[in-house]
Design a protein around this ligand. Structure first.
Ligand SMILES: *Cc1c(COP(=O)(O)O)cnc(C)c1O
Length: 397
């Protein structure tokens, strides 16, 4: 390979490291859960998985996946429309649709792909997307891939949303689609869906919600932010993932009215040109939906941990972003401080990750903690103690 090119990459990596922005991966040697072990043998309390209900190692999900592995083998070796559609795929699509109260749904290899295929397929040049400024990277990329006109509103700012909608109308957009995360993954804030739907109705817009950080654990039956906020089926399109609450393996989906799903099946490029979900993942995700829907006990435990951890850290003097979801961001400002606090917590047996630019804005580095029903009360107490000690050591509190 050209030496000049490799030198260029090495210099870029050096710059990333010098700025304190290098992400380093620690190797886990156990199943994903509230307690995990690392390569060096240490057991850690895990505060950074998206394993909200603790289903990632659930015995019934493991069993469903193992049975599908036995019955259907390891992989499909085909995209869906050639010879890759199993009865299991249709069962999962129908289960997602029923769970979220939509006509139908369509599976993708990841929600990143679902968001990547959505906008380009449904909207054309004469249309408009009005997107929240804090939306997930996959929405940003998906919108970029479409030819629709783009408008951005300051996160959860309803005045700005209205301004952008008026502009889209003035610009003559044929169809207008408002796109928002249901829960903003870095802040843990819940989108103002009833207000968004109200503005959508006023200006004749559609509403799309990416509910990756909500489906399965927020709202009645875990049906996500439309159910939680009362917006319900005023939300037209929901995208989501099986890679978080719903078993945590992989795969994404879009749920919506029948013609939306039917057209995506014909035209969405990440659907047409990428392999079908593996049978074990499909069967495990199907079981995860059934378990999640009935898991009021796990949701109650998750929210009890959330209230306790939030109150204790706030009382200790940490700067938290306000909110009610199991995402509890501890704000630190500079990337290096977030990294140092993560290291100090690691030494105390608490596994967290520092988040910094480009994942969040410069100067807004944080440790994003996430609660899980896989954690026990004693784990929460230990984690609180470790945060207080480490925070004092670094002068954060
Ligand atoms: C995690 C996440 C995604 C990506 O989901 P994958 O299935 O892992 O690709 C998309 N949108 C949001 C809001 C997310 O939090």
């Amino acid at each position: 390979m050209q030496a000049g090119f490799l030198d260029h990459l090495t210099r870029t990596l050096g710059d990333i490291d010098a700025a304190g922005l290098m992400k380093r991966e620690r190797e886990i040697t156990t199943a994903q859960s509230g307690r995990i072990s690392l390569r060096d043998g240490r057991q850690m309390i895990n505060l950074c998985a998206n394993n909200y209900l603790g289903l990632a190692d659930h015995p019934e999900i493991r069993m469903a996946a193992a049975e599908a592995l036995g019955a259907y083998g390891f992989g499909m070796a085909s995209v869906r429309f050639i010879c890759g559609t199993l009865d299991l795929h249709r069962e999962l699509e129908q289960a997602v649709a029923k769970y979220l109260g939509k006509d139908d749904s369509i599976l993708f290899a990841a929600c990143f792909d679902a968001n990547g295929g959505l906008f380009e397929t449904l909207l054309a040049e004469e249309d408009a997307v009005i997107s929240d400024s804090l939306n997930h990277a996959s929405i940003i990329d998906g919108v970029r891939l479409s030819k629709a006109k783009r408008y951005r509103f300051a996160t959860s700012d309803m005045d700005d949303l209205e301004t952008q909608l008026k502009q889209a109308v003035a610009d003559g957009a044929r169809f207008r689609l408002i796109a928002t995360d249901g829960v903003f993954s870095m802040d843990g804030a819940i989108a103002k869906l009833p207000e968004i739907c109200g503005l959508a109705e006023k200006y004749g817009a559609l509403v799309m919600v990416d509910d990756c950080h909500a489906t399965g654990h927020l709202g009645p039956g875990g049906k996500g932010t439309p159910a939680l906020t009362g917006a319900g089926d005023r939300v037209d399109i929901v995208t989501g993932t099986f890679g978080k609450t719903l078993g945590g393996a992989m795969g994404g989906f879009i749920a919506a009215a029948q013609p939306v799903i039917d057209l995506l099946r014909q035209r969405a490029r990440p659907y047409l040109f990428s392999n079908a979900l593996a049978p074990a993942v499909t069967a495990g995700s199907l079981k995860a939906i059934a378990i999640a829907e009935a898991a009021d006990d796990r949701r109650a435990k998750l929210m009890a941990h959330t209230r306790k951890f939030r109150a204790a850290l706030s009382e200790a003097g940490f700067a938290l972003l306000p909110g009610e979801t199991p995402i509890i961001p501890v704000m630190l400002g500079e990337a290096q401080l977030a990294q140092d606090l993560a290291t100090a917590l690691d030494r105390r047996g608490v596994y967290v990750a520092g988040f910094f630019y480009p994942v969040v804005a410069k100067g807004k580095a944080r440790i994003r903690t996430q609660m899980s029903a896989a954690l026990e009360d004693a784990d929460i107490d230990l984690a609180i103690g470790a945060f207080i000690e480490a925070g004092r050591e670094l002068g954060v509190i």
